[in-house]
Design a protein around this ligand. Sequence first.
Ligand SMILES: CC(C)(COP(=O)(O)OP(=O)(O)OC[C@H]1O[C@@H](n2cnc3c(N)ncnc32)[C@H](O)[C@@H]1OP(=O)(O)O)[C@@H](O)C(=O)NCCC(=O)NCCS
Length: 219
Amino acid sequence: MRPLNKCESLILLGCGGHGRVLLAALQAGGGKKDVIGIIDPVATKLRGTFAEIPLLGQEEELTFNYPPTEVSLLNGVGSVGSTAKRAEVYNKFLQDGYKFATVIHPTANIADDVVVGEGAQIMAGAIIQTGCSIGDNVLINSGVVVEHDTKIADHVHIATGAVVAGGVEIGVGAHIGCGATIIQGVVVGASSVVGAGAVVLDNVPDGVVVVGVPAAVLA
Ligand SMILES: CC(C)(COP(=O)(O)OP(=O)(O)OC[C@H]1O[C@@H](n2cnc3c(N)ncnc32)[C@H](O)[C@@H]1OP(=O)(O)O)[C@@H](O)C(=O)NCCC(=O)NCCS
């Protein structure tokens, strides 16, 4: 794991399933010690610690006590369909002046020329080949394969075990379901959702849900 921002102190937003996976990635890379606190809306009334990290309470606690000059953030919000909540959290705190740390699990295999955006998260065992670009706040989950020259726009989540072939373009905020396959050269539209296990052979318009083999728009 290498948080790419200069600021070493990190605060995790959300300690649900994805937040805990992020902590595990940080643990694997030796960066968990940099996480100085957790803000979580569900755990908001709790005090004490989670995974030995202090629970800091509500968002106001963050903005009041931890200004953007002192900490970077980790987006612990995952997605199982729409990525809207994940993007909303990112954009809100970006507007407030915060930066998000980029997290790359030490077992991810990323070609040297791949451009990785701010706040992107690349999880265990992911493979990203030459010529790819990864936007801001993108989540490439465990075991994903992204082949050469694929362009992934901001806020996209490629879920566990999906395979994206070469020269694919994935629009802002799309969610690619776990185990899905996207063949070469396809364009997946912004905010679209590709269902788990789908095989995408043709371009997907903006804002639709496609499922099945071959993938078709969910009526
Ligand atoms: C595609 C998806 C977003 C649809 O969710 P939804 O809008 O709640 O849809 P529903 O569960 O109501 O299902 C609607 C119909 O689509 C079918 N369907 C849903 N997901 C499907 C999939 N992945 N493949 C094939 N058919 C699917 C359902 O069987 C149902 O069919 P029916 O109307 O004939 O009964 C969701 O099923 C999915 O695949 N999400 C991805 C999950 C994921 O990636 N998780 C990993 C997180 S790391």
